[in-house]
Design a protein around this ligand. Structure first.
Ligand code: CA2
Length: 149
């Protein structure tokens, strides 16, 4: 197995571990990045990990991933619930797409219950904290393994 997994994070996720630990936990985004790099490398993948508060930047990374990535893991932050443009960009990608939410969006305000991104995602992980990123990487490894059989 080899290849690069793009891991994309949307608005305000740079604040991870610094505010609202009761919702998002105490791990910082830098720690999430390091954990993703470690797990991915154990499984033979590299990672391209990014965060932006700008929608256009996330769309540009998704378009870059079209040509370069074996899979995309995306936590679009609040853009999950609003961005048709991110959904369209993801729909143009052929690789597996795992949508990750740290919190259980279905247990929160009703405006968080709908995700445009889910319409383009292979699968969704929500409510398992930052461990969801690692689970997504492990699932990508399983998908890659199954393809070879
Ligand atoms: O649960 C998730 O991962 C979310 O994608 C996080 C978004 C929220 O808008 C989504 O509904 C669910 C918010 C990210 C903001 O992250 C913060 C982290 C620490 C402190 C403040 C914000």
């Amino acid at each position: 197995m080899s290849g690069v997994i793009y891991i994309l994070n949307g608005p305000n996720l740079n604040l991870l571990g610094k505010r609202e630990p009761h919702i998002y936990g105490r791990e910082t985004l830098a720690e999430v990045e390091a954990a993703c790099r470690r797990v991915a490398s154990e499984l033979g993948f590299s990672t391209s990990f990014h965060q932006s508060n700008a929608e256009f930047q996330i769309i540009d990374w998704i378009q870059e991933a079209r040509d370069k990535a074996v899979a995309i893991i995306i936590n679009p932050g609040a853009l999950t619930h609003t961005s048709i443009a991110i959904m369209d960009a993801l729909k143009a990608c052929a690789c597996p797409i795992i949508e990750v939410h740290i919190s259980n969006i279905h247990q929160r305000e009703s405006f968080r219950h709908h995700s445009y991104v889910s319409l383009a995602a292979t699968g969704v992980i929500a409510g398992l904290g930052t461990h969801g990123y690692e689970l997504a990487i492990r699932h990508i490894e399983r998908l890659a393994g199954n393809k070879k059989q």
